[in-house]
Ligand binder design. Structure first.
Ligand code: GUN
Length: 288
Protein backbone atom coordinates (compact mmCIF):
# COMPACT_ATOMS: atom_id res chain seq x y z
CA UNK A 1 0.00 0.00 0.00
CA UNK A 2 1.25 3.48 -0.89
CA UNK A 3 2.26 5.93 1.82
CA UNK A 4 -0.05 8.93 1.98
CA UNK A 5 1.83 12.23 1.56
CA UNK A 6 0.19 14.47 4.15
CA UNK A 7 0.06 17.92 2.55
CA UNK A 8 -2.08 19.28 5.35
CA UNK A 9 0.54 18.52 7.99
CA UNK A 10 3.42 19.84 5.83
CA UNK A 11 1.42 23.00 5.07
CA UNK A 12 0.88 23.55 8.79
CA UNK A 13 4.65 23.44 9.35
CA UNK A 14 5.18 26.10 6.66
CA UNK A 15 2.34 28.14 8.14
CA UNK A 16 3.92 27.97 11.61
CA UNK A 17 7.29 29.01 10.15
CA UNK A 18 5.74 32.00 8.35
CA UNK A 19 3.80 33.04 11.46
CA UNK A 20 6.98 32.93 13.57
CA UNK A 21 8.84 35.06 11.00
CA UNK A 22 5.99 37.59 10.87
CA UNK A 23 6.04 37.80 14.68
CA UNK A 24 9.79 38.49 14.53
CA UNK A 25 9.26 41.20 11.90
CA UNK A 26 6.73 42.86 14.21
CA UNK A 27 9.18 42.74 17.11
CA UNK A 28 11.99 44.20 15.01
CA UNK A 29 10.08 46.76 12.99
CA UNK A 30 7.19 47.69 15.28
CA UNK A 31 3.51 46.76 15.36
CA UNK A 32 2.64 48.70 12.19
CA UNK A 33 4.90 46.67 9.91
CA UNK A 34 3.55 43.33 8.68
CA UNK A 35 3.59 41.68 5.27
CA UNK A 36 0.36 42.48 3.40
CA UNK A 37 -1.37 40.45 0.69
CA UNK A 38 -3.99 41.95 -1.66
CA UNK A 39 -6.32 39.57 -3.48
CA UNK A 40 -8.54 40.57 -6.38
CA UNK A 41 -11.59 38.49 -7.28
CA UNK A 42 -13.53 39.45 -10.41
CA UNK A 43 -17.04 38.03 -10.77
CA UNK A 44 -18.83 35.38 -8.75
CA UNK A 45 -17.38 31.98 -9.63
CA UNK A 46 -18.25 29.90 -6.52
CA UNK A 47 -15.00 27.86 -6.54
CA UNK A 48 -12.88 31.03 -6.88
CA UNK A 49 -14.84 32.65 -4.03
CA UNK A 50 -13.97 29.71 -1.74
CA UNK A 51 -10.27 29.79 -2.74
CA UNK A 52 -9.96 33.55 -2.20
CA UNK A 53 -11.80 33.42 1.14
CA UNK A 54 -9.46 30.64 2.36
CA UNK A 55 -6.40 32.58 1.21
CA UNK A 56 -7.59 35.65 3.16
CA UNK A 57 -8.30 33.62 6.31
CA UNK A 58 -4.93 31.86 6.24
CA UNK A 59 -3.13 35.18 5.61
CA UNK A 60 -4.70 36.68 8.74
CA UNK A 61 -3.99 33.51 10.76
CA UNK A 62 -0.30 33.90 9.86
CA UNK A 63 -0.39 37.43 11.34
CA UNK A 64 -0.22 39.16 7.96
CA UNK A 65 -2.58 41.82 6.62
CA UNK A 66 -5.19 40.75 4.06
CA UNK A 67 -6.78 43.22 1.64
CA UNK A 68 -9.57 41.62 -0.36
CA UNK A 69 -10.94 43.37 -3.45
CA UNK A 70 -14.16 42.08 -5.06
CA UNK A 71 -15.08 43.47 -8.43
CA UNK A 72 -18.15 42.83 -10.63
CA UNK A 73 -17.74 40.56 -13.68
CA UNK A 74 -18.66 43.57 -15.86
CA UNK A 75 -15.63 45.63 -14.78
CA UNK A 76 -13.50 46.99 -17.63
CA UNK A 77 -9.86 45.98 -18.08
CA UNK A 78 -8.73 49.61 -17.61
CA UNK A 79 -10.38 49.83 -14.20
CA UNK A 80 -8.75 46.58 -13.10
CA UNK A 81 -5.36 47.82 -14.33
CA UNK A 82 -5.84 51.08 -12.38
CA UNK A 83 -6.49 49.12 -9.18
CA UNK A 84 -3.31 47.09 -9.75
CA UNK A 85 -1.28 50.28 -10.29
CA UNK A 86 -2.65 51.62 -7.00
CA UNK A 87 -1.70 48.39 -5.17
CA UNK A 88 1.77 48.40 -6.78
CA UNK A 89 2.39 51.79 -5.13
CA UNK A 90 0.85 50.92 -1.75
CA UNK A 91 3.64 50.44 0.82
CA UNK A 92 1.39 48.26 3.03
CA UNK A 93 1.02 45.68 0.26
CA UNK A 94 3.83 43.27 -0.57
CA UNK A 95 1.91 40.63 -2.53
CA UNK A 96 -0.80 40.99 -5.19
CA UNK A 97 -2.85 38.02 -6.39
CA UNK A 98 -5.48 38.22 -9.13
CA UNK A 99 -7.61 35.09 -8.93
CA UNK A 100 -7.89 33.33 -12.28
CA UNK A 101 -9.76 32.71 -14.50
CA UNK A 102 -10.84 36.24 -15.37
CA UNK A 103 -13.96 37.01 -17.45
CA UNK A 104 -13.43 36.51 -21.18
CA UNK A 105 -13.49 40.25 -22.06
CA UNK A 106 -10.37 40.84 -19.92
CA UNK A 107 -6.90 39.97 -21.23
CA UNK A 108 -5.30 37.97 -18.40
CA UNK A 109 -1.76 38.49 -19.74
CA UNK A 110 -2.17 42.28 -19.61
CA UNK A 111 -3.46 42.05 -16.04
CA UNK A 112 -0.77 39.68 -14.77
CA UNK A 113 2.00 41.71 -16.39
CA UNK A 114 0.67 44.92 -14.80
CA UNK A 115 1.58 43.55 -11.34
CA UNK A 116 4.97 44.75 -10.08
CA UNK A 117 7.17 41.62 -10.50
CA UNK A 118 8.46 41.89 -6.91
CA UNK A 119 4.82 41.76 -5.65
CA UNK A 120 3.81 38.93 -8.03
CA UNK A 121 3.32 36.24 -5.36
CA UNK A 122 1.75 33.89 -7.94
CA UNK A 123 4.96 33.96 -10.02
CA UNK A 124 2.90 34.39 -13.22
CA UNK A 125 4.47 37.66 -14.46
CA UNK A 126 6.48 37.19 -17.65
CA UNK A 127 9.57 38.42 -15.80
CA UNK A 128 9.24 35.73 -13.11
CA UNK A 129 8.48 33.06 -15.72
CA UNK A 130 11.67 34.07 -17.57
CA UNK A 131 13.77 34.12 -14.41
CA UNK A 132 12.61 30.59 -13.51
CA UNK A 133 13.23 29.33 -17.05
CA UNK A 134 16.77 30.75 -17.10
CA UNK A 135 17.68 29.39 -13.65
CA UNK A 136 17.65 32.73 -11.82
CA UNK A 137 16.04 33.71 -8.52
CA UNK A 138 12.31 34.10 -9.22
CA UNK A 139 9.03 34.25 -7.39
CA UNK A 140 7.85 30.65 -7.84
CA UNK A 141 4.23 29.67 -8.63
CA UNK A 142 2.58 28.36 -5.46
CA UNK A 143 1.17 25.00 -6.60
CA UNK A 144 4.32 23.74 -8.38
CA UNK A 145 6.42 24.99 -5.46
CA UNK A 146 4.24 23.05 -3.00
CA UNK A 147 4.51 19.89 -5.14
CA UNK A 148 8.30 20.26 -5.35
CA UNK A 149 8.66 20.66 -1.58
CA UNK A 150 6.63 17.47 -0.98
CA UNK A 151 8.71 15.55 -3.53
CA UNK A 152 12.00 16.80 -2.05
CA UNK A 153 10.89 15.80 1.43
CA UNK A 154 9.88 12.35 0.19
CA UNK A 155 12.96 11.59 -1.92
CA UNK A 156 15.65 13.76 -0.37
CA UNK A 157 16.97 14.47 -3.86
CA UNK A 158 15.12 14.30 -7.17
CA UNK A 159 18.33 14.04 -9.21
CA UNK A 160 18.03 11.65 -12.16
CA UNK A 161 14.38 10.71 -11.60
CA UNK A 162 12.10 10.26 -14.59
CA UNK A 163 9.34 12.81 -13.99
CA UNK A 164 6.12 12.98 -15.99
CA UNK A 165 4.01 16.14 -15.79
CA UNK A 166 0.53 15.68 -17.22
CA UNK A 167 -1.02 19.04 -18.17
CA UNK A 168 0.74 22.09 -19.66
CA UNK A 169 -1.03 25.07 -18.08
CA UNK A 170 0.87 28.26 -17.27
CA UNK A 171 -0.32 27.93 -13.65
CA UNK A 172 0.84 24.36 -12.96
CA UNK A 173 2.18 22.16 -15.77
CA UNK A 174 4.82 24.39 -17.37
CA UNK A 175 6.33 25.82 -14.15
CA UNK A 176 6.17 22.34 -12.57
CA UNK A 177 8.28 20.97 -15.42
CA UNK A 178 10.78 23.84 -14.98
CA UNK A 179 11.11 23.18 -11.26
CA UNK A 180 11.65 19.44 -11.80
CA UNK A 181 14.23 20.22 -14.46
CA UNK A 182 15.98 22.60 -12.04
CA UNK A 183 16.08 19.67 -9.58
CA UNK A 184 17.86 17.53 -12.22
CA UNK A 185 14.93 15.29 -13.21
CA UNK A 186 14.47 13.96 -16.73
CA UNK A 187 11.18 15.65 -17.54
CA UNK A 188 8.38 14.72 -19.92
CA UNK A 189 5.34 16.98 -20.37
CA UNK A 190 2.19 15.25 -21.56
CA UNK A 191 -0.97 17.00 -22.78
CA UNK A 192 -4.21 16.37 -24.62
CA UNK A 193 -2.42 15.41 -27.85
CA UNK A 194 0.09 13.04 -26.24
CA UNK A 195 -0.14 9.59 -27.77
CA UNK A 196 0.08 6.45 -25.64
CA UNK A 197 0.02 8.25 -22.30
CA UNK A 198 0.12 4.87 -20.58
CA UNK A 199 3.63 4.22 -21.96
CA UNK A 200 4.91 7.51 -20.51
CA UNK A 201 3.28 6.71 -17.15
CA UNK A 202 4.92 3.27 -17.04
CA UNK A 203 8.40 4.91 -17.29
CA UNK A 204 7.84 7.58 -14.64
CA UNK A 205 9.29 7.55 -11.12
CA UNK A 206 7.34 10.75 -10.44
CA UNK A 207 3.91 11.54 -11.91
CA UNK A 208 2.39 15.01 -11.40
CA UNK A 209 -1.14 15.22 -12.76
CA UNK A 210 -2.85 18.58 -13.28
CA UNK A 211 -5.61 18.16 -15.81
CA UNK A 212 -9.01 18.33 -14.09
CA UNK A 213 -10.41 14.97 -15.21
CA UNK A 214 -11.47 12.55 -12.47
CA UNK A 215 -10.08 9.03 -12.91
CA UNK A 216 -7.76 10.06 -15.79
CA UNK A 217 -4.93 7.88 -14.45
CA UNK A 218 -5.83 4.36 -13.25
CA UNK A 219 -3.44 2.54 -10.94
CA UNK A 220 -2.38 -0.07 -13.50
CA UNK A 221 -0.90 2.70 -15.73
CA UNK A 222 1.71 3.50 -13.05
CA UNK A 223 5.22 2.10 -12.69
CA UNK A 224 5.31 0.03 -9.49
CA UNK A 225 6.72 2.22 -6.71
CA UNK A 226 6.02 5.53 -8.50
CA UNK A 227 5.35 8.65 -6.45
CA UNK A 228 2.15 10.40 -7.48
CA UNK A 229 1.28 14.06 -6.95
CA UNK A 230 -2.37 14.68 -7.78
CA UNK A 231 -3.12 18.36 -8.42
CA UNK A 232 -6.67 17.78 -9.68
CA UNK A 233 -9.62 19.01 -7.63
CA UNK A 234 -12.84 17.65 -9.14
CA UNK A 235 -16.31 17.79 -7.63
CA UNK A 236 -18.24 14.60 -8.44
CA UNK A 237 -21.52 13.18 -7.18
CA UNK A 238 -21.20 9.76 -5.55
CA UNK A 239 -24.10 8.02 -3.78
CA UNK A 240 -26.06 11.30 -3.94
CA UNK A 241 -23.30 13.29 -2.24
CA UNK A 242 -20.84 15.79 -3.72
CA UNK A 243 -17.26 14.75 -3.00
CA UNK A 244 -13.83 15.99 -4.06
CA UNK A 245 -11.54 13.69 -6.05
CA UNK A 246 -8.28 14.17 -7.94
CA UNK A 247 -7.28 13.18 -11.48
CA UNK A 248 -5.83 9.84 -10.34
CA UNK A 249 -7.98 6.86 -9.40
CA UNK A 250 -6.89 6.89 -5.78
CA UNK A 251 -8.06 3.40 -4.74
CA UNK A 252 -6.22 1.54 -7.53
CA UNK A 253 -3.19 3.88 -7.47
CA UNK A 254 -2.52 3.14 -3.79
CA UNK A 255 -1.99 -0.54 -4.68
CA UNK A 256 0.81 0.27 -7.19
CA UNK A 257 2.42 3.58 -6.16
CA UNK A 258 4.85 3.88 -3.25
CA UNK A 259 3.44 7.27 -2.19
CA UNK A 260 0.54 9.49 -3.25
CA UNK A 261 -1.06 12.80 -2.29
CA UNK A 262 -4.73 12.55 -1.29
CA UNK A 263 -7.50 14.87 -2.53
CA UNK A 264 -8.41 16.75 -0.42
CA UNK A 265 -5.49 17.18 2.00
CA UNK A 266 -2.55 16.93 -0.42
CA UNK A 267 -1.59 19.67 -2.86
CA UNK A 268 -4.40 22.12 -1.93
CA UNK A 269 -3.15 23.13 1.54
CA UNK A 270 0.44 23.32 0.23
CA UNK A 271 -0.62 25.88 -2.41
CA UNK A 272 -1.95 28.27 0.24
CA UNK A 273 1.06 27.69 2.52
CA UNK A 274 3.39 28.56 -0.39
CA UNK A 275 1.37 31.72 -1.07
CA UNK A 276 1.99 32.82 2.54
CA UNK A 277 5.67 31.92 2.14
CA UNK A 278 5.90 33.94 -1.10
CA UNK A 279 4.23 36.94 0.57
CA UNK A 280 6.79 36.79 3.38
CA UNK A 281 9.59 36.49 0.78
CA UNK A 282 8.22 39.50 -1.14
CA UNK A 283 8.16 41.53 2.09
CA UNK A 284 11.77 40.57 2.90
CA UNK A 285 12.99 41.41 -0.61
CA UNK A 286 11.17 44.76 -0.68
CA UNK A 287 12.54 45.73 2.75
CA UNK A 288 16.05 44.37 2.38
N1 GUN B 1 -6.69 29.85 -10.20
C1 GUN B 1 -6.38 28.55 -10.04
N2 GUN B 1 -5.18 28.43 -9.42
C2 GUN B 1 -4.73 29.68 -9.21
C3 GUN B 1 -3.55 30.19 -8.60
O1 GUN B 1 -2.65 29.48 -8.14
N3 GUN B 1 -3.45 31.54 -8.56
C4 GUN B 1 -4.42 32.37 -9.08
N4 GUN B 1 -4.22 33.69 -9.00
N5 GUN B 1 -5.52 31.92 -9.64
C5 GUN B 1 -5.67 30.58 -9.70
Amino acid sequence: MAAIIDGKEFAQRIHDFVRAQVWQIQQDAGQGSVPGLATILVGEDPASEVYVRNKGRKTREAGMASFQHRLPATIGEDELLSLITELNHDANIHGILVQLPLPAHINSDNVINAIAPEKDVDGFHTRNVGLLGSGQKAMLPCTPLGCTLMLREHFGTLKGKNALVIGRSNIVGKPMAQLLLADDCTVTIAHRYTENLIDHCRQADIVVVAVGKPGLIPGHWLKPGAVVIDVGINRIIQDGKTILVGDVDFASATTIASAITPVPGGVGPMTIACLLYNTLTAYCRIHQ
